[in-house]
Write a protein that binds this ligand. Structure first.
Ligand SMILES: Cc1cc2nc3c(=O)[nH]c(=O)nc-3n(C[C@H](O)[C@H](O)[C@H](O)COP(=O)(O)OP(=O)(O)OC[C@H]3O[C@@H](n4cnc5c(N)ncnc54)[C@H](O)[C@@H]3O)c2cc1C
Length: 487
């Protein structure tokens, strides 16, 4: 727990409900429970809520406070699926198992929808629809993906042509889009505190400022050590993400920590409505940008990443420039607040869900898509402990693989930068091709018109002797595209 936090935005935790602040309590006495959950993020709180609902006695131990890291700093977009693309998943575990995993991920999203109701979490501000846009012109690939999602994976999707995407998002950076009408977004900070309130109401006890410094998971009754108290439990659930530290350092080392930064702009008034009419979440298919409109005329935007902890304020300028690159017509926007959080990325891209040894469970490694996946994991683990549901075994092919310690972080950053750089270059090339096609169409139309007036037939594509083809614009060199922070 000694790692510096990059999660604190300007006054960000002021968003925690007053009730949560009042109830903040350290564990100062010894305790005996059925289930001890380590970590009060989305993952730990969902297990706690579900296990308490099923009648177990549950204690959650949180080293700092509820939602301190990524869980209290996410953008609230809830989609089906995982961080790993569906094609890669099929290649790894086959079609049938992928279908089952996909169905579980949809159940996770439905769990969030059911929990994030106005009655259960007031002010949660649920709104519908998410759009995944492509940085490159790959309409044909899109059709096969839509067919697979719709027919084989029973997921409601719509394919959007370039014109429709650009009608809603006034930028030439994006091409085709996949619209998920059943995806939705919520107020992410309210959700994590809402989960905590519901878990308490169901009977779970949550202790903050209570880091777990050691565990002994060998016996039937496990021991958990904190600086000021000891616990005994039949089950321990490790939900500490990258910060788990001392209790199971080798587990933390199977995650590559990636800090992601986000910001919200000052109110932008009419100019925002002129640039963006789409009201749901937008993410590009390369995972670079993720944004949506909040509070009517502010833009919430997540983009830069590092593999080391840095102060979020440092990235205000980068986010401001990124917004301007994608939506030049917005001009310079004022950033009102910046924040960041660390997500745990596994080597295979899938979350870690399951039983490590009898009574020792892990729910972690949710990467950038933690809302539906941690909800699904929470249900699976609680039901396995209390009902013997064995579906978590579908995640067994995704073993705990060492993420490479410091070397892994440096390599991870280099790979991330390469990915961003190459996708910016691919985007620039796609836009170049589009411009060239438009110019070619205009040229052909002029030629046809000239031929019509002269009463001659168009001279196919071949240039006349002595008349070289008209000069085309040169494709930009990848390094000079000037697109995005990765270029
Ligand atoms: C900027 C940003 C935007 C995002 N947007 C989205 C989005 O729109 N949709 C989506 O699905 N996902 C999103 N994510 C990803 C999502 O936030 C994460 O996947 C998810 O929050 C991970 O939850 P977690 O509970 O595993 O981890 P965490 O939130 O890190 O929680 C772990 C908790 O465990 C505690 N802990 C660790 N070790 C110990 C210990 N030894 N003792 C006691 N406590 C301990 C920590 O203090 C921490 O509070 C986003 C992430 C970021 C950073």
């Amino acid at each position: 727990m000694s790692e510096p936090s990059t999660s604190a935005g300007n006054g960000h935790d002021a968003a925690a409900p007053a009730e949560a602040l009042l109830e903040r309590a350290r564990l100062t006495f010894d305790l005996d429970v059925d289930i001890c959950v380590i970590g009060a993020g989305l993952a730990g709180l969902t297990v706690a809520l579900e296990a308490a609902r099923l009648g177990a006695s549950v204690a959650v131990l949180e080293g700092r406070h509820i939602g301190w890291n990524a869980s209290g700093h996410q953008l609230g977009t809830v989609m089906p699926g995982y961080g790993l693309p569906i094609g890669d998943l099929i290649a790894r575990i086959g079609f049938e198992d992928t279908r089952e995993l996909w169905a579980l991920s949809k159940e996770g999203a439905e769990y969030v929808r059911a929990t994030a109701s106005e009655e259960l979490i007031p002010g949660i501000a649920l709104s519908e629809g998410a759009l995944e846009v492509s940085n490159v012109d790959v309409g044909d690939q899109l059709i096969s993906r839509l067919q697979m999602l719709g027919e084989d994976f029973e997921t409601e999707v719509e394919g959007w042509q370039v014109e429709r995407v650009r009608d809603q998002l006034k930028t030439d950076h994006y091409f085709h889009g996949v619209y998920y009408p059943k995806a939705f977004q919520i107020d992410g900070r309210k959700y994590v505190h809402g989960l905590a309130a519901l878990a308490r109401r169901a009977g779970a006890r949550i202790f903050e400022d209570t880091p777990v410094v050691g565990i002994d998971s060998s016996g039937i009754r496990k021991r958990i050590v904190t600086p000021s108290a000891r616990l005994r439990a039949s089950h321990i659930v490790l939900a500490g993400n990258i910060h788990l530290g001392a209790p199971l350092r080798r587990l933390s080392e199977t995650l590559l920590p990636v800090w992601r930064y986000a910001a919200v702009t000052a109110p932008l008034g009419e100019r925002l409505a002129e640039a963006i009419t789409f009201r749901g979440s937008v993410a590009d298919s390369d995972g670079i940008d993720h944004f949506r409109i909040v509070e009517g005329d502010r833009l919430m935007w997540a983009s830069p990443e590092t593999t080391w902890a840095a102060r979020p304020e440092r990235f205000a300028g980068a986010i401001q420039r990124r917004i301007r690159t994608i939506f030049p017509r917005l001009g310079r926007v004022e950033i009102a607040e910046v924040w960041g959080g660390a997500v745990g990325q596994t080597v295979h891209g899938m979350p870690q869900i399951g039983q490590l040894r009898r009574g020792l469970w892990v729910t972690s490694g949710f990467g950038r898509q933690g809302l539906n996946t941690s909800a699904m994991a929470g249900q699976l683990i609680a039901r396995s402990i209390l009902w013997g549901d064995e579906r978590w075994r579908l995640f067994s092919p995704f073993e705990l693989v060492w993420a490479g310690g410091l070397t892994g972080r440096v390599a991870g950053h280099a790979i991330g930068m390469w990915g961003r750089g190459s996708s910016a270059a691919a985007g620039a090339l796609a836009r170049y091709r589009e411009r060239a096609r438009t110019q070619e169409r205009i040229r052909q139309a002029r030629l046809a018109e000239a031929n019509r007036q002269a009463g001659t037939k168009p001279s196919q594509q071949r240039p006349l002797p002595g008349h070289p083809r008209p000069e085309r614009p040169r494709p930009p060199e990848p390094g000079k595209s000037g697109e995005g922070e990765g270029a």
